[in-house]
Write a protein that binds this ligand. Structure first.
Ligand code: COA
Length: 424
C-alpha cells in the first residue's frame, strides 16, 4: 500500500514545474494520468534530444511512474472525454499559460459543479497583479523572485543558479498544497483551488535575503565579505558571492589540484562552537585567545584574512582528505561535487537517490529518484510513458468505454493517429 494509493491525478502539466509535482505524487502512489496533445505530446519530449526520435532525458527524468493518454482538447469528442476524466479524478494539475484552461471551458466553477470533490492545482508565473497574464520560464522566475539580484559576485552581473528553484521549486510547493487540500477534503468533503506562482515560490526560497534587506536598514551586513573589505553597502541586499547566508561565516576554498580540476574546492564554515578546533587544525592555536579572532563578533572584520589562512591549509589537501579531517572534528564542510562524481556515488545509488532506469527506446539512463523517503511507502521508480501508451487502457479501465465507443472516439480524431484502436 502506497501513501497516495487510490488518488487519481489528471495531469495536464508540461515542461518542468507541473511534471515535477505530479511525478512526486506518482512516487507516493497516486495514479497519474498525463494528458498530452496527439502526435506531439509534452514539448520536452523533443527538447534537448540526445538520441534522434527518442524521448529526451528532459522528459523521461520528469515523468516517471505516469500513464500517458493522448487527447485533442480542441476536438469536441476530446473535450467530452476530458470531462469524463474530470468526473473520475481527484486532482487536476495544470501549468498552462494564463487563460488556456478557461479557453478549454475548464473554469473552476464548471469543474467544481461537475465534481465538487476535485482539487484544481495550478502553476502560473505570477500571482494576481500587473503580470498575471505573463508566460514564465525558470530563469524569469529566478529574476523576479529575488534570486538573481542576490546571486553572483558583488562586482558582476546578477546571476541565475543551476538549481531549478523556479520550476522544480514551484512543483514542490504545489505538491505540498495538493496533499494538504486532499487532507482538508477528508473533513470538508470538498475540493478547492491550489495556486502557486513561480515568483512566490522563488521568493519563499530567498526568504533569508528579505531578512537581510530589513537588517540592512539598521546597519551594514557584517557577515558579508564586503564589510571586511571596507566597501559601503547600497540600499538593496548585494550579491554575496559564496558567503554563507546564515550567521556562521563560510566560503568556498581551493583544495589540492585546483589549478587543473574545476571542482577541487571545499565549502568551509567557521562555526562558532568549533572555532578552537579550527585554530588547531590550521596551525594557528594562538588565534583561540587573540582579541581579533577569539569571538565571532571580533572575527567579522577579519574574515578575508581568516579564510586566506584556512585556504592555505585546504590547498595542502584534496577536497576528500580535507573533508575526512574536518568531519572527524565536527567542523561543517562540504566538498564541491561534480555531476560526474554524484552520478558515480554508490551511497546515493544505494539510497535510491540516483536510480538507473531502463527505457524501451532509450535503454538505460540515470535519474534522480524520490528525495523524500517515507518509511511505509517505498518509491519504485518506473520509466516514463511513451506518447499515448495508455490511451486505450485509460479509456477502457478508468472511463469504462466499450470497444465500440473507443472506436468512435478514435475515428473522431480525438486521440490522434498514432494510437488508434485496432478493430480486432
Ligand atoms: N490538445 C489540444 N490543445 C492543447 C492540449 C491538448 N491536449 N494541451 C494543451 N493545448 C493547448 C491549449 O489549449 C493552449 O492553446 P490556446 O493558447 O490556443 O488556448 C495551448 O496548448 C497552451 O499552451 P501554453 O501553455 O500557452 O504553452 P506555451 O508553450 O506557449 O507556453 C509556458 C509554455 C510554460 C511558458 C506556459 O505554459 C506558462 O507560462 N505556464 C505557466 C508557468 C509555468 O509553468 N512555467 C514553467 C514551465 S516549466
Amino acid at each position: 500500500m502506497k501513501a497516495l494509493e487510490g488518488v487519481k491525478i489528471l495531469d495536464f502539466t508540461h515542461v518542468q514545474s507541473g511534471p515535477t509535482c505530479t511525478q512526486l505524487l506518482a512516487w507516493f502512489g497516486a495514479d497519474v494520468i498525463k494528458v498530452e496533445r496527439p502526435g506531439a505530446g509534452d514539448a520536452t519530449r523533443e527538447q534537448l534530444q540526445d538520441i534522434p526520435d527518442v524521448d529526451s532525458l528532459y522528459f523521461t527524468m520528469l515523468n516517471h511512474n505516469k500513464r500517458s493518454i493522448t487527447l485533442d482538447t480542441k476536438n469536441p469528442k476530446g473535450i467530452e472525454v476530458l470531462w469524463r476524466l474530470v468526473a473520475e479524478c481527484d486532482v487536476l494539475v495544470e501549468n498552462f499559460a494564463p487563460g488556456a484552461l478557461t479557453r478549454m471551458g475548464l473554469t473552476w466553477e464548471a469543474i467544481h459543479a461537475a465534481n465538487p470533490r476535485m482539487i484544481l492545482a495550478s502553476v502560473k508565473g505570477f500571482g494576481p497583479g500587473a503580470y498575471a497574464d505573463c508566460k514564465v520560464y525558470e530563469n524569469v522566475a529566478q529574476c523576479v523572485g529575488g534570486a538573481a539580484s542576490t546571486t553572483g559576485f558583488r562586482t558582476g552581473t546578477p546571476m541565475v543558479t543551476g538549481a531549478q528553484i523556479g520550476d522544480s521549486g514551484t512543483g514542490l510547493h504545489l505538491a505540498l498544497g495538493i496533499v494538504t487540500a486532499l487532507y482538508q477534503r477528508t473533513h470538508s468533503g470538498l475540493g478547492q483551488r491550489v495556486d502557486c506562482a513561480m515568483q512566490d515560490s522563488v521568493l519563499n526560497l530567498c526568504r533569508v535575503k528579505l531578512r537581510d534587506q530589513q537588517r540592512l536598514e539598521r546597519g551594514p551586513l557584517q557577515e558579508y565579505s564586503q564589510f571586511g573589505e571596507g566597501i559601503a553597502f547600497g540600499d538593496a541586499v548585494p550579491r554575496a558571492g559564496n558567503d554563507s547566508g546564515g550567521g556562521q561565516p563560510g566560503r568556498i576554498l581551493k583544495c589540492k589540484g585546483w589549478e587543473t580540476d574545476p571542482n577541487a574546492y571545499i565549502y568551509f564554515i567557521t562555526q562558532g562552537p568549533v572555532w578552537e578546533k579550527i585554530c588547531d587544525v590550521i596551525g594557528e592555536p594562538t588565534w583561540k585567545t587573540h582579541p581579533d579572532y577569539a569571538t565571532a563578533k571580533a572575527r567579522l572584520p577579519h574574515l578575508n584574512e581568516i579564510f586566506t589562512r584556512i585556504e592555505a591549509w585546504t590547498m595542502s589537501k584534496t577536497k576528500f582528505e580535507a573533508m575526512d579531517i574536518l568531519n572527524g572534528l565536527h567542523i561543517p564542510c562540504g566538498p564541491i561535487l561534480s555531476m560526474k562524481e554524484i552520478a558515480e556515488d554508490q551511497a546515493l545509488r544505494k539510497a535510491g537517490t540516483v536510480v538507473e532506469v531502463d527505457h524501451p527506446t532509450r535503454g538505460k539512463y540515470l535519474t534522480v529518484g524520490n528525495p523524500i523517503k517515507l518509511s511505509a511507502s517505498a518509491t519504485d521508480v518506473t520509466r516514463s510513458p511513451l506518447l499515448g501508451e495508455h490511451t486505450d487502457e485509460i479509456l477502457r479501465d478508468v472511463l469504462g468505454y466499450s470497444e465500440t465507443e473507443r472506436l468512435n472516439i478514435s475515428e473522431s480524431g480525438a486521440i490522434g493517429a498514432i494510437r488508434k484502436i485496432a478493430a480486432a
